[in-house]
Design a binder for this molecule. Structure first.
Ligand code: ADP
Length: 885
């Protein structure tokens, strides 16, 4: 409070006080003196607040007073200082200066405030008299601590009341005492010597020793001796002031003793212990620590501990140590320390500050605990835990621990993930209740409660309904563990089987799909291992073979189901598979129990299964429908071929009539001539013979035409033979000659020599050639402005093929869609049927050949040609015969 008002208006309040008033900063520097002080000392306020004010203190008191001032400041408590202060007139006056701290709200000293009062006349002139006189004694008596006045010769002159009370004796009694009577024997020698020296040298002294109290108890005192001098500096008296420091001293000694004891204990305790100075350098290292390091105490002291710290840990540890030192608070750190054998082990280093009674840190104590094994175990444990976590994550399996008696629950990270709860959530069964699918919750509780009641194990699959609406399938296996009797715990593994469930369902679906698909496609699969004989069929295959699905599959069973004519084929298939043929494709028949025949198409591939065994994977398709359709088609095609042929018969009639008519006319003419020759006398026998021969020749010619016609138009089955295409073409030309000449077509024939034979149906090929020639002729029907030129050519083609080309100078092929002419029923003719080329193409393709059409490269017209493979049995082709179509 005073401090505050001082700060508000120091002068007004304080100047009025008839005392020495001053203030000083926390550092002890005086920053203000009041007017009374200035007037008394003659120092201005300004100069008084600076250093020089101290010159007003008596030189002999200067040191002591400053020391007192310093210790008052150090204590932080109010205290008194005695000093003689010089008055303006040069006289010194004794002042008792009281100083008290002014603190802020946080208790920090912000200022010192002092009040000095004159306590005696320190007049040098009469000091001697005064020091002897009763006035002086009364001053001594009023000193607040035990005080003694001692003559320069060491004789006790006076004791104040507090001293007398302390010793419990009268002055007279005490005067006869020696130092040994009042000073503790252990302190005696030191006291006497020290005191004697000080007295001899005439200097102040300050000593701590024990004095015996009236009750015989020794108490520690701080004895201060001050010489009192006359104006010449002669010592007149000594004043002894005794401050009782017993409690502090005892505490100090206790501390020292306990520290010693501590060190001796620390030396023996089986841990690495140490102590350091305030700067952090070691001053003590116990034997165990030294043994560990393999160093002597001398080697390990100071900062040598840094050399045994693992290089990777040194910086961290040093930094940590410095922060601990600075904080003054206990601290710890982990680091590796090198053992005497060079191996490093992990230690937990703990430091603890030791404080004196003022709370000041005076020392640091610490221990290093070997945590290497712990650390290793911890690491191992951490690894195990991480591994476990990883495994749980990978297997989508969480674990749960439940103690029904207390309701305690513990859940692994993966468990949290499955239930979709944050890890911070306190684990409880309520989490399950919350997430369990409403339709499953009753059954889950039933089973769980039964497990608790009956103590059995549990295995259950149920659903969770996530907040997002996603449904999870959970598989739980729980088992009871009972470590303490009557306190069962349950351990459970929760696996998220949603994915598995979904894929199983998908598999089921796709299997059903596949089966349905196979059923629709009338197809089934099989797999067969030639080595183990392991045979598996898909469901639809049982249906195809018309055996029930529980039938044991064997090769014999399959064979028994085949058409008897195909049994050898079956044997061949099995043989080839056993040989390891890569790919097989067969068509065979199955004879159903109702005697109906099924046609199947089998395809099988060799593959290798996981064990490395050969295995055939195959598909069998019921192609009965296709087979029947194909049969019907080929029947229809044959009929069509005939129809086509017959239709061309009509068109050929004129030509045929001409062909037959000519020989017939010849026969009639020759027969008439013959009769005439026989009728003349003498009959011309030679002439008749000749005409009869011609008659026979013409008859044969007519018969030949008929034979050819019959061959071409008879309804016969196809027969394959070796054929010379040129010859076949020649026969067709013979039939068409009349028609062609009637149509004013110029026929050019270019047949290759030594053309290889082809194997085929003579009549069918003739039909094709006939068709091509007639189309060519018809295409030129309307051509008037150029020669109607028809070229027929045979040649050796590429790849051992033989070609026949028909070229005309007719109207040509339809502009863009030349391929359309091969479509059935495509015709541009008024009475055309549009079947000729379509039938021709199927005939040529059945001969493994090709029929095509293109624009005539000679200008107007078309080229229609076919090529069929040369027969292997043909005589070798003429090397000259290499021109291609
Ligand atoms: P059709 O002779 O009964 O018409 P085709 O199948 O033999 O039946 O011929 C189909 C069509 O192809 C003919 O109507 C004609 O338009 C065309 N065609 C065939 N050959 C030739 C050719 N050499 N030149 C031009 N067009 C042709």
């Amino acid at each position: 409070m005073l401090g505050h008002s001082l700060m508000i208006n120091p002068n007004r309040v304080l100047d009025a006080l008839p005392a020495l008033v001053w203030t000083a900063g926390p550092d002890g520097r005086v920053n203000f003196v009041n007017r009374w002080c200035s007037e008394f000392t003659g120092l201005s306020t300004e100069s008084g607040s600076r250093r020089p004010w101290r010159v007003v203190i008596h030189p002999h008191d200067r040191r002591a007073s400053f020391e007192q001032w310093r210790s008052v400041r150090a204590s932080g408590q109010a205290g008194a200082i005695e000093a003689r202060v010089r008055r303006q007139d040069g006289q010194y006056r004794m002042f008792l200066i009281q100083a008290s701290p002014v603190r802020d709200d946080a208790g920090q000293i912000v200022q010192w405030c002092g009040l000095g009062q004159e306590i005696e006349d320190a007049n040098h002139g009469d000091i001697d008299g005064r020091l002897m006189g009763p006035e002086f004694q009364s001053i001594v008596d009023n000193i607040a601590v035990p005080a003694a006045v001692i003559a320069p010769n060491g004789e006790l002159e006076h004791l104040n009341q507090l001293s007398l009370e302390f010793f419990g004796r009268s002055l007279q009694e005490l005067k006869g005492w020696r130092a040994s009577d009042i000073v503790h024997p252990d302190d005696l020698a030191e006291t006497v010597i020290y005191q004697a020296n000080a007295h001899r040298e005439g200097r102040e002294y300050n000593i701590e020793n024990r004095h015996r109290r009236a009750d015989g108890v020794y108490r520690w005192h701080n004895v201060r001796g001050f010489p009192l001098r006359d104006s010449q500096g002669q010592i007149l008296r000594w004043i002894h002031l005794r401050m009782d420091i017993d409690e502090r001293k005892r505490a100090e000694l206790e501390l020292a003793r306990s520290e010693q004891k501590l060190q001796s204990i620390v030396s023996t305790i089986p841990t690495l212990a140490w102590s350091t100075r305030l700067d952090g350098s070691a001053d003590f290292i116990n034997q165990h620590y030294l043994d560990y390091l393999g160093l002597s105490h001398e080697q390990a002291r100071g900062w040598a501990w840094q050399t045994v710290v693992h290089p990777d840990d040194l910086e961290d540890l040093t930094m940590r140590w410095l922060t601990v030192l600075e904080s003054g608070q206990p601290g710890e750190a982990e680091a590796r320390l090198r053992r005497h054998d060079g191996t490093y082990r992990w230690f937990l280093c703990r430091a603890h500050p030791m404080r004196d009674e003022t709370g000041r840190v005076v020392k640091w104590y610490g221990t290093n605990t070997d945590i290497d094994d712990l650390k290793r175990t911890e690491r191992e444990l951490r690894r195990q835990k991480a591994l476990m976590g990883q495994a749980q994550r990978l297997s989508q399996t969480g674990s749960l621990w439940w103690k029904p008696s207390t309701g305690e629950v513990s859940l692994s990270d993966q468990g949290y993930r499955i239930l979709e709860y944050p890890r911070t959530f306190e684990p409880s069964l309520a989490m399950f209740q919350e997430r369990c699918h409403p339709d499953d919750i009753d059954i889950v509780w039933d089973v769980a409660l039964r497990m608790v009641r009956e103590g059995g194990n549990l295995e259950l699959e149920f659903r969770l309904l996530m907040p997002s609406g996603v449904v999870k399938h959970i598989h739980v296996v729980a088992e009871k563990i009972e470590i303490t009797a009557g306190e069962p715990k349950f351990i459970a593994a929760l696996t998220d089987v949603s994915e598995r469930k979904r894929s199983a369902q998908a598999l089921e679906r796709s299997e059903a799909f596949l089966a349905e698909g196979q059923h629709l496609a009338r197809m089934g699969n099989f797999s067969w291992s030639p080595r183990t004989g392991d045979l598996a069929w898909s469901r639809p295959l049982y249906r195809i073979f018309e055996v029930s699905t529980d039938t044991v599959l064997t090769l014999d069973l399959i064979k028994s189901r085949l058409h008897p004519d195909d049994a050898p084929l079956h044997d061949e298939i099995v043989r080839r598979m056993r040989r390891g043929v890569a790919h097989l494709e067969y068509k065979h028949r199955i004879l159903a129990p109702d005697e109906s025949v099924k046609h199947v198409h089998m395809v099988a591939h060799r593959s290798r299964c996981e064990s490395g065994d050969l295995r055939y994977i195959g598909a069998i398709r019921d192609v009965t429908q296709e087979h029947l359709a194909e049969e019907a088609l080929s029947r229809a095609r044959a009929q069509l071929t005939r129809v086509a042929r017959v239709s061309s018969l009509g068109a050929l009639t004129a030509s045929i009539a001409h062909e037959v008519n000519q020989p017939l006319a010849g026969i009639v003419t020759n027969a008439s001539a013959c009769l005439r020759m026989l009728a003349i006398e003498p009959p011309d026998l030679e002439g008749a013979r000749e005409t009869a021969r011609r008659t026979i020749r013409d008859g044969n010619r007519a018969a030949e035409v008929i034979v050819r016609l019959r061959a071409l138009f008879s309804n016969r089955a196809s027969t394959i033979e070796l054929i010379d295409l040129s010859e076949v073409a020649r026969e067709v030309i013979a039939l068409l000659r009349g028609e062609l000449s009637g149509a004013r077509v110029i026929l050019r024939v270019e047949f290759a020599d030594n053309l290889p034979l082809v194997s085929g149906d003579r009549v069918q090929l003739q039909q094709v050639i006939l068709n091509l020639l007639r189309n060519a002729a018809e295409a030129m029907n309307e051509v008037e402005n150029r020669p109607r030129l028809l070229t027929i050519r045979t040649a050796c083609g590429e790849d051992d093929h033989v070609c026949l080309l028909v070229r005309d100078t007719g109207i040509g092929l339809p502009a863009e869609e030349s391929e359309r002419i091969f479509d059935p029923f495509y015709t541009t003719k008024r009475d055309g049927m549009g079947m000729g080329l379509s039938v021709s193409r199927s005939i040529i393709e059945s001969h493994n050949g090709r029929l095509w059409a293109e624009r005539n490269d000679l200008g107007r017209g078309a080229l229609v040609a076919f090529s069929v493979p040369a027969s292997r049995q043909s005589p070798p082709a003429d090397p000259n015969c290499t021109d291609s179509p």
